[in-house]
Write a protein that binds this ligand. Structure first.
Ligand code: SF4
Length: 367
């Protein structure tokens, strides 16, 4: 096809240090990546690898696994080796698992300083081990497990307290000349969370991992994460994201991917432009949009598909899209790249759109 200019974005990325999580670059020179976390017992290697494969297929760039028990630490080498995407071990409480994860060949380790006793005394050893293996560390501060000193100083998990905790720990690593760090400061309140990341962005140049923690079930969590990430990405803040949902992790990846696609931070794939329907609709738009979405799920090429309920805005939107339908009078006018290619009875709209989408994909050579 013709060379096209990159789609517009809302902000330039904040300049950061760069680090590598396995083959995935994190920092302002690299695309914003999507992360998720497995919900399997990490010790169950097959189940964990199976879930990682599902996450990979959904577009996940980096996966994190919990490591609460010795048998989980023992499973890390096999998981790190067999996963197609880089694996980060999530460590709370036990510094010995940090060393185990590094030695297991994990692409990164997440530590929560608030949950590791005498963490400050262990930083030197951790920095040395991480340096020896080229393993980056995420300092993952969480409102629910904030360092006691900072909790006392600030009274509660304020944005300032969260940022100060992370910067304190980063400072300790820096004293040991270790800078392969990314930072997260998660809170369940998007307002507190956004402010905490803004403070961090002003005060350091480490890459930032965005997350609203305990964001809730899918609907609420999706909205909380979307508005918070949007507010930050609008300022160029955020280098890797994790949407936390009380829902299967594949859903987190879908939401994260959609957030990035919405802001042109990741190439858009399937995009359904469908109208909300109104009193003018001559077709069941909800049903049609759902059926088209389901029929085209997993399309690997960028495709904008318009599904419009009537002829008011229908033909206009359908023409702007790669593919579209404007319904009316029990029929659907099918548009491809702005041209009406045919008019079909209502019951053939879905199959015709899917057929045409497959043809476009085939012609682009990427089906
Ligand atoms: Fe209503 Fe037609 Fe607009 Fe859909 S396209 S919202 S049916 S006016």
């Amino acid at each position: 096809g013709l060379p096209t200019s990159p789609p517009p974005v809302l902000a330039e990325r904040r300049k950061t240090r760069q680090l590598m999580v396995g083959p995935v670059g994190v920092g302002s020179e690299h695309p914003v990546s999507v992360q998720s976390m497995t919900t399997t017992q990490t010790s169950d290697v097959n189940a964990t690898l199976q879930q990682i494969a599902e996450l990979t297929a959904a577009g996940c760039d980096i996966v994190r696994v919990a490591c609460p028990r010795p048998e989980d630490a023992e499973a890390l080498p096999a998981i790190a080796q067999k996963s197609k995407i880089p694996v980060i071990a999530d460590i709370h409480f036990q510094p010995r698992y940090v060393f185990a994860a590094i030695e297991a060949g994990c692409a990164g380790v997440r530590v929560n300083p608030g949950n590791i006793k005498k963490f400050d005394d262990r930083v030197g050893e951790i920095a040395q081990a991480a340096k020896d293996h080229g393993t980056p560390i995420r300092i993952g501060v969480n409102a629910g497990s904030l360092d006691q000193r900072l909790l006392q100083k600030h009274g509660k998990a304020t944005p300032e307290a969260l940022a100060e905790s992370a910067l304190w720990e980063a400072g300790l690593f820096a004293e040991h000349d270790f800078h392969d760090i990314k930072i997260s400061v998660k809170h369940n309140d998007p307002v507190v969370m956004v402010r905490a990341y803004e403070i961090l962005a002003e005060q350091c140049d480490y890459p930032l991992h965005l997350g609203v923690t305990e964001a809730g079930p899918a609907f609420q969590g999706t909205i909380k994460s979307s508005v918070a990430f949007g507010a930050l990405l609008r300022q160029g803040i955020g280098d890797t994201i994790r949407v936390s949902l009380s829902a299967p992790p594949v859903e987190e990846v879908k939401v994260g991917t959609q957030i990035l696609e919405s802001l042109n931070l990741r190439p858009r794939k399937l995009e359904i432009v469908s109208c909300p329907s109104c009193g003018r609709a001559q077709v069941d738009v909800y049903k049609l949009a759902d059926e088209v979405t389901a029929g085209l799920e997993g399309m690997e090429i960028p495709l904008r598909v318009a599904v419009m309920g009537c002829v008011v805005n229908g033909p206009g939107e359908a023409r702007e899209a790669d593919l579209g339908v404007a319904s009316g009078n029990g029929k659907g006018q099918i548009f491809v790249k702005g041209e009406v290619i045919r008019t079909v009875p209502e019951h053939q709209i879905v199959e015709t759109l899917i057929e045409e989408a497959m043809r476009i994909a085939e012609e682009s050579g990427e089906s």
